[in-house]
Design a protein. Structure first.
Length: 365
């Protein structure tokens, strides 16, 4: 016991001496790390390998709050702050190699800030600082059209996002009624993340583009409307889904009816695709072309409506709307074999007979 105390005191003195002699061990520059919200993050820290390692991870901004400690060759978590309980780990097999990096799980916005990594071995001690920024990148931008108003939205973003509207071909903003009537609103959810939504008058004659930007990440959603397509119960109809990106390898394609009912979904990976057709549409869907166009047949009046093709990649979402008008088939089999042609024939014959009668009657008078 007494010897242990003396040895620890000696070691303490020794480390003070070493601390004085290795004043250059802190290089004074913070390491910057960007962590992704809700994911795991590694806070890097390295030291000169040596035995009797002591590692302390702290948050100097919060009165040197203890995040994780390690000495006597094991984790020492009695002093650990509640906020970090169960969320931290060192790479124990790496410690002898001078790696004191800390794994922090389930990153939250409160984890932002400056961290201190203190290490000590028989060779000396070191301090380094790591600055953590947290990002919740824009993942998905949603776009929809209702009553000529386009709504563009995205949720769970950090830092605060920006949303801009544009069009292709570009329009003169001061004359485009769409950009005059825009409105954007931002909300903060209970995790501190931003939800953004914006509405704009639909520009019918061009591609409407919504771009959401946060930090270094930018995602877009586009919406355009094709000319209406005519169909009939006896014909086959092809609805195009042309997106001017031929280099796409991996994307998801979804066809919907009236923007709500899913007709089919298809996932393309390295030019092999997997398609799922909804049961309700099995009779109507004839095929899906390589370019994503939808071939339909056996249509009835209930299939009249708006067909939307949504093509999404990791970066962008493209929505193309096409209105399909169903016209009943020509009256070629009207009930009693009276085709429009035979009706015309009867009328012509009646007119001729009437004319002949008139002529005869006039001759008599
Ligand atoms: C420390 O170990 C972890 C886990 O193996 C690794 O990700 C990290 O790059 C290492 N850091 C250094 C500085 O070697
Ligand atoms: C797709 O191709 C890339 C390389 O071209 C390959 O690394 C990847 O494993 C492929 N993915 C699938 C699902 O085949
Ligand atoms: C006229 C108008 O309200 N314009 C607004 C459109 O939205 C942007 C933000 O996306 C605002 O900066 C404009 O003032």
């Amino acid at each position: 016991m007494a010897w242990g105390l003396v040895s620890m005191t000696l070691r303490g003195l020794l480390s003070v001496v070493i601390l004085l002699s290795t004043a250059t061990s802190t290089d004074g520059r913070d390491v910057h790390v960007t962590c992704v919200f809700s994911e795991d993050c590694v806070l890097p820290c390295s030291f000169l390998p040596g035995s009797e390692e002591v590692i302390h991870w702290m948050k100097p901004e919060d009165k040197d709050l203890t995040i994780h400690s390690y000495y006597y060759s094991t984790d020492q978590l009695k002093q650990q702050s509640q906020r970090f309980r169960g969320r931290t780990a060192l790479f124990n097999d790496q410690i002898p190699k001078g790696n004191a990096s800390l794994l922090l799980r389930g990153i939250t916005l409160q984890d932002q800030g400056r961290y201190k990594c203190y290490t000590s071995t028989i060779k000396g001690n070191m301090e380094s600082f790591i600055n953590i920024a947290v990002e919740a990148p824009v993942r998905l931008v949603d776009i929809e059209l209702s009553d000529d108003i386009i709504t563009c939205s995205s949720t769970g973003i950090y830092p605060e996002p920006k949303l801009t509207w544009s069009s292709d071909p570009p329009s003169d903003l001061s004359f485009d009624p769409g950009t005059i009537q825009n409105s954007t609103s931002i909300k903060v959810d209970d995790r501190g993340l931003y939800d953004i939504t914006s509405t704009k008058q639909f520009s019918r004659d061009r591609t409407n583009i919504c771009t959401v930007t946060s930090g270094t990440v930018e995602r877009t959603a586009t919406l355009k409307q094709h000319d209406p397509v005519q169909g009939s119960p006896s014909s086959e109809v092809s609805i195009l889904c042309s997106v001017s990106q031929s280099d796409l390898l991996t994307f998801d394609l979804t066809w919907r009816f009236n923007q709500i009912d899913t007709i089919l979904t298809s996932t393309y990976t390295n030019s092999t695709s997997q398609m799922y057709v909804d049961d309700q549409w099995k009779d109507q869907v004839q095929s899906l072309s390589d370019s994503g166009s939808l071939q339909l047949h056996k249509l009835t009046m209930v299939h009249q409506g708006t067909y939307s093709c949504e093509l999404s990649t990791a970066r962008d979402t493209h929505l193309i709307l096409t209105y399909l008008q169903i016209t009943p088939d020509k009256l070629s089999d009207v009930s009693d074999g009276l085709s429009p042609g035979s009706i015309t024939g009867i009328i012509i014959a009646a007119v001729i007979i009437a004319a002949v009668i008139c002529y005869l009657l006039r001759g008599k008078l």
